[in-house]
Write a protein that binds this ligand. Structure first.
Ligand code: FAD
Length: 400
């Protein structure tokens, strides 16, 4: 039996646990929080991620709350004039082979957590250090406890302890922008359509709104310029008054949304250079710990889910004891080879997504100007994301 320790029970860590357990690994997930809770707001799940969740049997459950937007509509920030509309829905699903969903992070988190036995998840376990001892990895926790495993997967997010040990000190690059996020009950903005992603664009700010929880809530992300907000934290509270002030002279529909906001989080947007390596021996990284990215491609969760599928596939192949069955005795000696293959397939792809997110994705949605006629930004956005949405990591592994 190969024992895998996954540090972090976010979307990436739980996805890794689901994928590994499905292939017969023994998995322990260590999470620093006191409990797995209702945290976050809206997430975008493009076909590259949703196709894997469907293969893991999660699609029917998710469909109850996830929304499959009928279209992406871009409006002018000050006048509210409709600029461009990209149909999604059936057409997107047919083109990319799986649905595009907008989902509450907590709903996806719960769907994944429901697939992991409770005894495999250890909360209040904050990793503070580890040592690869050759025949296994020793984990050290803040409470003084320790654990051992054959493999350590650092899925501990953007401020990853495992990443720091693997990569050393880094200098995050501040984009001088920050994002307000949160949820607005749809009944507070009754005139807004609940079946589409809406984006209002201004010269330097934009507000994106997407339905979640079967359309009962609109999840918003408002990106604003300014270097004064420097806190990189999902849980840092933002000031709803600051949000309202930033959009005070915008389209009345935008003002209606921001004035309905009671609770918002504010996240300073930083970037980091892609890593040269994700680990060595029995240690690797996954999700935001491996490739923290700006949110403009909407791929934080999707890339973490792809990592999870690839990790499980590569470890499975490299540790099989020869009988070919999934639950066969495994050879822990194959883990380093499995992790090397995992990194080899994932790092080039996520590097491309990470670098693309810097200037692409929703940043392409600009107000038309002399150099950006109506529709030009949208056309390049579709080009920009289609190679990501089309990607099937399991198919790529089969080819590689
Ligand atoms: P994360 O989702 O960040 O998960 C990392 C996990 O590791 C967390 O549970 C964290 O508590 C745990 N952890 C960190 N350090 C340690 C340690 N030393 N020991 C043990 N555990 C540790 N994205 C959006 O697009 N929209 C949102 O609204 C949104 N809300 C979020 C809210 C929270 C509280 C968090 C943590 C993330 C949120 N994200 C959101 C980010 C999004 O979930 C990720 O970009 C993406 O899903 C990749 O997930 P991840 O598992 O790699 O990282």
């Amino acid at each position: 039996m190969v024992r895998v320790a996954v540090v972090g029970a976010g979307i990436g860590g739980l996805a890794a646990a689901v994928a590994l357990i499905r292939r017969g690994f023994r998995v322990d997930v260590y999470e620093q929080a006191r409990r797995l809770g209702e945290v976050g707001a809206g997430l975008h799940l493009a076909p590259n991620g949703s196709r894997l969740l469907a293969r893991w049997g999660l699609a029917d459950g998710l469909r109850r709350t996830a929304v499959r937007p009928a279209a992406l509509e871009v409006r002018d920030g000050s006048s509210g004039r409709g600029l461009i509309e990209q149909p999604m829905g059936d057409g997107w699903e047919e083109a990319f082979g799986a649905p595009y969903w907008t989902v509450h992070r907590a709903d996806l988190h719960r769907a994944l957590a429901d697939q992991v036995p409770v005894e495999s998840v250890h909360v209040r376990r904050a990793l503070v250090g580890f040592a690869d001892e050759g025949d296994g990895v020793r984990l050290e926790f803040a409470d003084g406890g320790t654990a051992r495993a054959d493999v350590l997967v650092g899925a501990d997010g953007v401020h990853s302890v495992v990443r720091q040990a693997v990569a050393g000190p880094e200098s995050p690059v501040f984009s001088s922008t920050s994002a307000f996020r949160g949820l607005v009950p749809a009944h507070r903005v009754p005139d807004l359509p609940r079946d589409r992603v809406l984006v209002w664009v201004g010269p330097s700010s934009r507000l994106l709104c997407a339905p979640v929880r079967a359309g009962a809530f609109l999840a918003f992300v408002a990106v604003v310029p300014g270097g004064e907000w420097t806190l990189e934290s999902w849980s840092a509270p933002g000031d709803a008054g600051d949000l309202a002030a930033a959009f005070a002279d915008w389209d009345p529909a935008v003002k209606e949304i921001v004035s309905a906001v009671e609770d918002t989080r504010r996240w300073a947007l930083y970037d980091r250079e892609p890593l040269e390596r994700w680990g060595s021996g029995r240690v690797t990284l996954l999700g935001d710990a491996a490739h923290p990215m700006l949110p403009h491609h909407g791929q934080g969760a999707g890339q973490a889910i792809e990592d999870a599928a690839a990790l499980a596939h590569c470890l499975d192949t490299a540790t099989r004891a020869g009988t070919g069955t999934r639950t066969a005795l495994r050879e822990p000696s194959g883990t380093a080879e499995g992790l090397a293959r995992y990194e080899a397939i994932r790092r080039p792809h996520t590097t491309r997504v990470q670098l693309g997110a810097r200037g692409g994705g929703s940043l392409r949605l600009r107000r038309p100007g002399p150099e950006t006629p109506d529709g030009a930004g949208l056309a390049s956005l579709v080009d920009d994301v289609s190679w990501i949405h089309r990607y099937d990591v399991e198919e790529a592994l089969g080819r590689g």
